[in-house]
Write a protein that binds this ligand. Structure first.
Ligand code: NAP
Length: 538
């Protein structure tokens, strides 16, 4: 039941119980004494890590920095076992956080928010769920993640397929058996390149359908280095997080301030070989400063990776198919893998280039491309997500004058700082489009938003403010700035989900903020220090 006057049922409704939702709930309830209701579609906490249980699912951030920093006790007590945390371990961590801070009592699971309407008459949000909840709250805060709406491409005949099929982002909780089966994987993004080697070890035969060849770096995954954790990380966690907060990508690393073009070829090779040997995201995040902005600099790194692919893959025809040449390195989400390229040396693994021979249809017993009919017992769609905006637009969110977010964002998302969108008062987005979010180590960006939103809500309460709304001019200026900083980068030179290019009909707009985590934090702080410049506080 909704409250009948302007006394809300809750101070805040939070959508989602992943990193963002859990952190926001704890912060508002424990530090600001607010009443909070969280709605979560899943049956448990975890968000992206609840759903993405596909084989090989693992995070690309090193575990020691892929966590909350708000509690020193939590940082000291939790012990990661993997250098790169695997999905079950991250899920255990988030369950531990939920238990340790007694968060579950404010979370309603198995509940999808279907609509949210700003009631101008009472200055409250009215939120409706698929479980027949209808509640009001002063603030509506989304912690719905950036890659939470799975994209299963509409391929003719999928309904007729008689085998099993799965999307990596909605992987079953029950064990999926690959042994003795002929398996197809469609897609070679992060989810594909993580799951392909694992599936290949079990399946009788694996066929990978690749549209765009990828650059990927070996993760050099290992168990966590205990000595490093105990001697270097734990005693210095404050400094480590502080460095990450002011860095470009939310990692405690320093970029090489040299240009790739100013050093000699031998020095460049030495740097790339060292990065390749160390592996992981550091290969990119500590590399030369102009890899992301200068095509010639980028080419040196791209060619280095192509050379590595030629060295690893035995069959010349497969090597050719795997060669990424149509986009710069890092213009799509950088990938890190374990044995990805080497997997194509297995006898039971085959690569199909669907750029040259597109999939025509799915048949009851397999997949038919322009050139060939394949038989499968299982199809795995590693085909990604309607990223950054998909989950927002699937909810019917309405602001002033019944304006729907679908209409407001019909030409692409428009936000101020990725935190608010004009005409939707008191709606806050954690890692919304227009913030660094997916270009960064997510927990660091999420915590920055949580801190900033909590600071603003505190200010609102202290000053008896009823509504906060991004000014349309501030929003327009921010959208231009987001585009302006993206324009000279390599990101504009690939058909990536950052640009919405993976979803037919989606406006081609670069959605995240490429200016860097530290720069963004500085801007957010400045705006707050200037009395929340660009926001209408009514
Ligand atoms: P993705 O990066 O969007 O990759 C999807 C793959 O499917 C691409 O190879 C794409 O080809 C292909 N594809 C899409 N539609 C297709 C179609 N209609 N026909 C044939 N192929 C199609 O998705 P993802 O791998 O799930 O990863 C999404 C994001 O989630 C990542 O970029 C990352 O941010 C996050 N993630 C992170 C991790 C990690 O931390 N390790 C793991 C998984 C996911 P094109 O390239 O040609 O579009």
């Amino acid at each position: 039941m909704a409250s009948s006057d302007n006394h809300p049922d809750f101070d805040a409704v939070v959508v989602g119980a992943g990193f963002a939702g859990l952190g926001m709930l704890r912060r508002l309830r424990e530090e600001h004494g607010m009443s909070v209701q969280v709605y979560e579609t899943g049956a448990g906490v975890g968000g992206t890590w609840y759903w993405n249980r596909y084989p090989g699912a693992r995070c690309d951030s090193e575990s020691y920095i892929y966590c909350f920093s708000f509690s020193q006790e939590l940082l000291q007590d939790w012990n990661w076992s993997g250098k790169y945390p695997e999905q079950p371990e991250i899920l255990s961590y988030l369950n531990h956080v939920a238990d340790r801070f007694d968060l579950r009592r404010n979370i309603q699971f198995n509940t999808r928010v279907t609509s949210a309407r700003f009631r101008e008459d009472i200055n409250l949000w009215e939120v409706q769920t698929d479980q027949n909840n209808r509640v009001t709250s002063q603030f509506l805060i989304t912690g719905i993640g950036c890659i939470s709406s799975g994209n299963v491409p509409s391929i003719k005949g999928l309904d007729s397929f008689e085998g099993e099929w799965y999307h990596t982002g909605r992987w079953p909780h029950e064990k999926v058996e690959f042994s003795g089966k002929r398996v197809a994987v469609i897609g070679t993004g992060s989810s594909g390149i993580q799951s392909i080697p694992v599936i290949a070890r079990q399946a009788e035969h694996l066929t990978v359908f690749q549209r765009t060849p990828q650059y990927t770096i070996p993760a050099r995954h290992d168990t966590v280095d205990r000595k490093f954790l105990e001697d270097v990380v734990k005693p210095n966690y404050d400094e480590i997080f502080e460095q990450a907060r002011w860095s470009t990508g939310g990692f405690p690393v320093n970029r090489d301030e040299r240009s790739a073009l100013q050093v000699t070829a031998a020095e460049r090779l030495e740097a790339y070989e060292a990065g390749w040997a160390e592996g992981g995201i550091r290969f990119l995040s500590t590399s030369f400063k102009d890899i992301g902005t200068d095509r010639r600099a980028n080419d040196t790194m791209a060619e280095f990776i192509r050379k590595k692919i030629r060295e690893i893959v035995a069959d010349p025809e497969t090597t050719e198919k795997l060669m990424p040449t149509d986009h710069p390195f890092g213009s799509k989400r950088p990938l890190i893998d374990t044995d990805y390229f080497a997997t194509y040396n297995q006898e039971n693994v085959e690569l199909v280039d669907i750029r040259h021979s597109p999939i025509q249809e799915i048949t009851p017993d397999g997949i038919r491309t322009e050139d060939q009919q394949f038989q499968f017992d299982m199809i795995v769609f590693a085909t990604g997500f309607d990223a950054m905006t998909g989950t927002y637009l699937r909810m019917d969110i309405r602001g002033r004058n019944d304006l729907s977010l679908q209409d407001k964002w019909s030409e692409g998302p428009k936000t101020y700082l990725g935190l608010q969108t004009a005409e939707f008062p008191n709606l806050f987005m954690i890692t919304g489009p227009g913030s660094p979010s997916v270009l960064s180590n997510m927990p660091v960006s999420i915590e920055q938003h949580i801190d900033w939103i909590a600071g603003l809500l505190q200010y609102v309460r202290e000053h008896d403010i009823k509504s906060v709304e991004a000014h349309v001019d501030a929003e327009a200026a921010w959208v231009s700035h987001v585009n302006e900083v993206a324009e000279p980068t390599m990101y504009m030179l690939a058909d990536s989900w950052y640009l919405g290019a993976n979803i037919p009909g989606k406006p081609r707009v670069f959605m995240p903020y490429v200016g860097g985590v530290g720069t963004y934090r500085e801007k957010c702080n400045e705006i707050a220090d200037n009395g929340y410049e660009g926001f209408i506080l009514a």
